[in-house]
Design a binder for this molecule. Structure first.
Ligand SMILES: Cc1ncc(COP(=O)(O)O)c(C=O)c1O
Length: 393
């Protein structure tokens, strides 16, 4: 094995002839930005998700921002989420002048802990929305979170950036709350390079988001340059954003969507292979599991007290053996901005801190070869076994 030439990256998009042909078609069509292809992508996505309508946007961050704006969240309001997420989940509340309150994740887990949420809701005034994050593709406990949010009059905005196409008996994760937002960032299960999709229970919310997605313009105007019948006239009814998804990217999304179930099956198979390989290593804790896991991430945890090295050294040694990895997430409450704004200390969310300090996300992407999976397993076991402290196995 040559660690340089045989490097296994942490993530790699799975793009083929279908995506290439679809992009070429758009390039040759004379219409590059949002138009018919994005509309088709929305319809196909909605049909896949089992909802009447979906809105394509240029990122999940934009989608989350639009969602909170449509819910009229602003100064004086509070949004509750867990710190175990990417900064944009919380930042969009700040963009609107609202404040963020955090609750912890479950012990040895990555998702919002419903009991900690209950405590936070009981002690937070003016809470308007709860944002559960389906970290790594494992859906949060929505059966407990939804009624709790309702009890306190809060909307539920699911950050489903990681969870497509996770299915629960009650529906696709992301379609269970008031609004759900998916990401098509380049590491996600289906990608458009950058992009996202929004779904919502109330069509009026979606209509508001459609307007604000496109400068606050009162009607769809994308065909005004190309259609003989379309009018050049439009009205601006609010100070909107520029969050539309261009056809060039939507074309990739359509091709990816057709492969989504196959991609999921591949990810599940990789997770199973890792589970099997690591089950007897007691210095490793397998990722939490549950119904509808989309396995966007395979996030292992290092068991305390078993190894002579910490997580950072573990990652360095994996890299030296030619295996890329990552950490999801550095929790927000230890980030300078969030800790300073809300005077938070690392120990305020002990579960999030503990998980962060021990976690490592391994390569798990569709298109990964059996040999690559094997390489990752060998590297993890070799780093772990060689760092195992005597008498600790
Ligand atoms: C949990 C979570 N939410 C939201 C986002 C934002 O997604 P995007 O990059 O599409 O804006 C990310 C980014 O990866 C994420 O991990």
């Amino acid at each position: 094995m040559n660690p340089t030439t045989d490097f296994v990256p942490f993530a790699k998009p799975s793009l083929g002839a279908e995506e290439e042909a679809a992009v070429l078609e758009v390039m040759r069509s004379g219409w590059l930005t949002t138009g018919k292809v994005a509309l088709e992508f929305e319809k196909e996505f909605a049909s896949f998700a089992g909802v009447p309508r979906a809105l394509a946007v240029n990122s999940a961050t934009s989608g989350l921002h639009l969602a909170l704006e449509a819910l009229k969240i602003g100064p004086g309001d509070v949004v509750v989420t867990s710190p175990y997420t990417f900064t944009s989940t919380a930042a969009v509340a700040r963009h609107l002048g609202a404040e963020v309150a955090f609750c912890d994740v479950g012990k040895d887990g990555y998702d919002m802990d419903p009991s900690s949420l209950a405590d936070r809701l009981a002690t937070t005034r003016n809470c308007r929305a709860v944002m559960p994050v389906h970290v790594g593709g494992l859906p949060c406990d929505m059966d407990r979170i939804l009624p709790m949010a309702k009890k306190y009059g809060c909307a539920v905005v699911e950050d489903a950036a990681h969870s497509f196409p996770s299915r629960l008996p009650s529906g696709l994760a992301g379609t269970l709350g008031d609004v759900g937002v998916y990401s098509f960032y380049v590491t996600k299960t289906i990608t458009t390079g950058e992009g996202g999709m929004i779904v919502a229970k109330d069509d009026r919310l979606l209509s508001r988001m459609a307007t604000m997605r496109m400068h606050g313009i009162d009607r769809a105007v994308w065909d005004r340059y190309t259609s003989k019948g379309a009018s050049w006239k439009y009205g601006v009814i609010d100070a909107g954003f520029k969050y539309n998804l261009p056809d060039l990217l939507a074309a990739i999304g359509r091709a990816q969507l057709r492969k989504a179930d196959r991609f999921l099956a591949e990810r599940v198979a990789i997770a199973r292979a890792y589970d099997e390989a690591f089950a007897d290593r007691d210095y490793l804790a397998l990722p939490p599991r549950g119904a509808g896991h989309a396995w966007h991430l395979y996030a292992l945890r290092i068991v305390p007290g078993k190894l002579s090295i910490d997580r950072d050294a573990f990652i360095e040694r994996l890299a030296a053996l030619g295996v890329g990895s990552s950490v999801h997430f550095i929790p927000l409450h230890v980030m300078p901005y969030w800790s300073e704004r809300y005077a938070l200390k690392p120990g305020d969310f002990p579960n999030a801190l503990e998980t962060y300090e021990r976690t490592v996300s391994l390569p798990a992407f569709q298109g990964m070869t059996g040999a690559q999976v094997e390489r990752v397993v060998e590297a993890v076991v070799s780093v772990g076994d060689s760092a195992r402290m005597a008498g600790k196995r």
